[in-house]
Design a protein around this ligand. Structure first.
Ligand SMILES: C[S@@+](CC[C@H](N)C(=O)[O-])C[C@H]1O[C@@H](n2cnc3c(N)ncnc32)[C@H](O)[C@@H]1O
Length: 281
């Protein structure tokens, strides 16, 4: 995996949505969601494992989502892996532990999350295989055809231009390299009420309203990036529904509960959740 000559080449000025995401996540630090002391959590989790068992906590559901994505990616021995929008680095560290990947790099715009990710890599004695880089998904600081696998879990909905991220992934992937993405895809608003709800969620959770898409349009944007879709699953039933129930039970004990009230329509707005694997020819 070759970096461009300078990591700064990949950073450039951040767009407004990347800056909003960075502010959202930097402000919250390790407290994005209530954790019960399990370690920081920043996704909705997958609440049914491949063997049919059900995670008991949000943290376990997070790990189940990472494991599902890692299994889908079919990570080859001695390969290089990029995790884009890597949160606290939990998935990148899990890739290092569960596979024989040679090098795993997490990319993020949140310097607070990156600092926590780096200390987790040190605490797990994995710094020789796992690194974290501050950069935007839309301008990855890696050379063309230099990476074997790109992963991204529950991050692409934040990106100012998701289609551009798919093109960036296609650019950095080696031939036969794979992209595995788990993504929250709000459905397009159907009326004035939904348009207002979508605008409110988009503002509170730092994503562009334009990222609300039909799944047909979503799939087309992956294919237009020069990637071949190998699988495309809709997993909202095992992600969005259980997470909403968990949130209703737990939100009030979260220290950011009052702030989160701004985002309350996401408990009812139609949210699709997809997991796909695509390869670069
Ligand atoms: C909902 S969190 C998911 C984090 C992690 N992948 C996980 O599943 O736990 C979204 C992540 O995307 C990052 N992010 C948002 N916009 C980004 C951008 N333009 N480039 C890189 N990372 C970004 C955020 O800082 C945050 O870490």
């Amino acid at each position: 995996m070759n970096h461009c000559s300078s990591i700064d080449e990949g950073r450039g000025p951040l767009d407004r949505h990347a800056t909003d995401s960075r502010t959202l996540y930097d402000d919250r630090g390790a407290d994005v969601l209530p954790t019960d002391g399990d370690g920081p959590i920043v996704n909705m989790g997958l609440w049914r494992r491949a063997d049919g068992s059900e995670p008991a906590t949000l943290y376990e559901a997070n790990l189940a989502l990472f494991d599902h994505c890692i299994d889908r990616a079919e990570i080859r021995d001695d390969s290089s892996v990029l995790d884009v929008g890597c949160g606290f680095g939990t998935a990148a560290l899990r890739v290092a532990r569960r596979t024989r990947a040679r090098r795993v790099v997490g990319v993020n715009v949140s310097s607070v999350q990156l600092a926590l990710a780096r200390s987790a890599a040190r605490a797990n004695a994995l710094e020789d295989r796992v690194a974290f880089v501050e950069a935007s998904a839309l301008s990855l600081p890696f050379e063309r055809a230099s990476i074997d696998h790109v992963l991204s879990t529950e991050a692409a909905f934040h990106f100012a231009d998701r289609a551009r991220f798919f093109r960036e992934a296609a650019r950095v992937l080696r031939p036969n390299g794979s992209l595995v993405v788990a993504d929250l895809v709000p459905a397009p608003a159907r009326n004035g009420l939904e348009r207002r709800a979508l605008a409110q969620i988009a503002e509170a959770l730092a994503f562009p309203s334009d990222n609300a898409l039909s799944l047909e349009a979503y799939r087309a944007s992956v294919e237009r990036a020069g990637l071949e879709l190998r699988s495309f699953e809709r997993i909202d039933r095992d992600v969005v529904g259980p997470f909403r129930r968990w949130m209703l039970r737990n939100a009030l004990r979260h220290k950011h509960a009052a702030r989160d009230l701004r985002a309350w329509p996401y408990l009812v707005y139609p949210l699709q959740y997809v997991l796909f694997r695509a390869t670069r020819s």
